[in-house]
Ligand binder design. Structure first.
Ligand code: SF4
Ligand code: SF4
Length: 227
């Protein structure tokens, strides 16, 4: 697997997204953490990056905090974004996701601050809202931003098309194991045996017709990222 170039591409994709989100008028601010729950998902490439960076910083023990929430209520996806896009394009039946009606605070949150903020996966970066979720009880996001978020999810999954996706509580401790990282580097991870789901290549972008022209400059930046 081309880990090094894939990680460089992932960093660049994050930069493009962060530049986009910095243009939005958001209520999000430091210590606002109602969105930091046990429902975050990520890819194995993102998990590999977080673990590698934590090891380099001598802070891998941060991940031990996730043991407290292991097995607890959390969102465990059945389908990745690219698989869903393919099923929708084929007008096939899409399995109903069990959107956990119970959840816990993210175990990586301490005093309302994320302990891995600079390393956080896309599933956290794309939590944005025009109104404070603590007051409304939900994230207020415009349709175009929702389309952009979906495209980035699809591109990040495509970068890791040989890997897996899953809940952060399951995936980060899994990638913290050296044996699992070596298996990932060799492209020998078995997703399903480890409570994760298989990633898919991007074949169909889920962009509504009314957003296609406006999103084009972002797509152009993403096309220029070659792993
Ligand atoms: S998404 Fe909601 S809870 Fe999260 S930082 Fe933004 S306003 Fe706060
Ligand atoms: S990893 Fe960090 S940003 Fe993501 S949900 Fe947990 S505390 Fe929040």
């Amino acid at each position: 697997m081309k880990i090094k170039s894939n990680l460089e591409a992932l960093n660049r994709v994050y930069e493009v997204y962060d530049a986009f989100s910095s243009t939005l008028d958001l209520a999000c601010k430091e210590k606002c953490a109602h969105c930091c729950t046990s429902n975050v998902t990520l890819t194995t490439l993102e998990g590999y990056k977080i673990v590698a960076d934590l090891i380099a910083a001598g802070k891998l023990d941060v991940i031990d905090r996730l043991k407290d929430t292991a097995g607890g209520p959390r969102f465990q996806p059945l389908l990745t974004a690219n698989r869903m896009a393919e099923l929708c394009a084929a007008e096939a039946k899409v399995p109903q996701e069990d959107t956990a009606d119970e959840w816990q605070d993210c175990a990586l949150l301490i005093d309302s601050l994320c302990t891995i903020y600079d390393l956080r996966p896309f599933g956290c970066r794309c939590f944005v809202s025009r109104k404070n979720c603590g007051e409304t009880g939900y994230a207020d996001i415009d349709d175009f931003t929702a389309s952009v978020n979906t495209v980035f999810l699809q591109v990040i999954e495509h970068l890791d098309a040989e890997g897996c996706s899953g809940n952060l509580i399951d995936l980060l401790p899994f990638m913290a194991s050296e044996d699992n990282r070596r298996a990932y580097e060799k492209g020998e991870l078995n997703c399903e045996d480890n409570g994760l789901i298989v990633n898919w290549e991007l074949k169909v972008l889920m962009i509504p017709p009314e957003h296609r022209a406006r999103i084009e400059p972002i797509l152009q930046q993403l096309r220029e990222i070659n792993p």
